[in-house]
Design a protein around this ligand. Sequence first.
Ligand SMILES: [Zn+2]
Length: 422
Amino acid sequence: MRHLIFTLFIFFNLQSFAAFEDHFENKSLRIDYYHSGNDTSEIYTIDELIEEPYWGGSKVNLIDKFDYGKYKFEVYDLKSGKLVYSRGYSSLFAEWQTTREAGTTWKSFQESIVFPFPKKNVKVEFYSRDKKNKWGKRFEYIVDPDDIFIKKETHKDYDNFKIHFSGDPATHLDIVIIPDGYTKKQMKKFRKDSERFKDILLGSEPFSENTSKINIWCVKAYSRESGPDEPGKNIWKNTLVNTNFYTFGSERYLTTKTYKQVRNIAAYAPYDQIYILVNTEKYGGGGIYNFYSVCSSDNAKSDFVFIHEFGHAFAGLGDEYYTSDVAVEDFYPLDVEPWEPNLTTLVEFETKWKDKLSTTTPVPTPVNDNFKNTIGVYEGGGYKAKGVFRPFIDCTMKSAKYNNFCPVCKSAIQEMIEFYSE
Ligand SMILES: [Zn+2]
């Protein structure tokens, strides 16, 4: 029996590989587009298609199984109609739509999707969630891989270097670190900082048990000036990917709108996840699911921030805190189950960590010593003290404590590591 299971497993894997070779080449296609709109409307407009040299993703797990993110795209073989690739993601535009400003004006944001380069014509469908978190198709685009306008320029401006290497990018989680606000003279500092954050990431659970499934790459690309923009202090710097504090008016929220350039720099290495390391002592960061993580390099709390933001960007984890000011408003409507695996409104709790709950644990679970280190349903999370619930009293997604992910967040991260390393 064991032999049979083993044979079936091998067969299944060969089948999946065959699917990759049938449909894709071992490089990437990037579709850059603009996501424009206001608080209630959105449109997609294509910018350009770009061929990139590496495919850093899995060749087995081509179809997304998580259903996380505000958006997703699906790639269909045009002739057979077969779904050949899909991925969920979120973006800065999605967050902007929940700010007050989005009620008064329209804006455009750069976004892009990346998938293995197709061998035959494919149809790409773009979906976003409505207010009830249900998917709706918003746009579709046919890609002809022989289209003469797919950009094939080769860029050799920068080198990459590895700071942690375990093996073939197809069977490992690949993280690429991009420096922002590091000048040419500060490239040594960038290497040292990256090494330090590598130790921070690989030293925290559950990454510490998975170091052999992870590669970490860096792109040696420098900025004209040192440090990021601080619009609230009238500080403006000419940097590689143009990061700034004060995103949507929140001083500590460190992001960039120049997403095209982020993707251009990331393409110098095979990658699944982009991490932008920003050369500053100021406290801050940001993390958006399958979009990017951003963290400042030299703040006393940077070890916690680095991991916390990666929790958002890599595993789709939501914020479990509810006491700090944030720029977004009513991010989690109470009559809708959030898609984040570590938050619930109890609308569809069975899709979350209900199976991990002991039958003796009350719902909601009181915060006291009896329930210390117990998976429960604790009220407060997702920027709301009432109506949104978290799985544990404390967690790296709740408070500024390094190496403190709760069991529900840990298992979400573990599943994601395995998805990328199969
Ligand atoms: Zn957690």
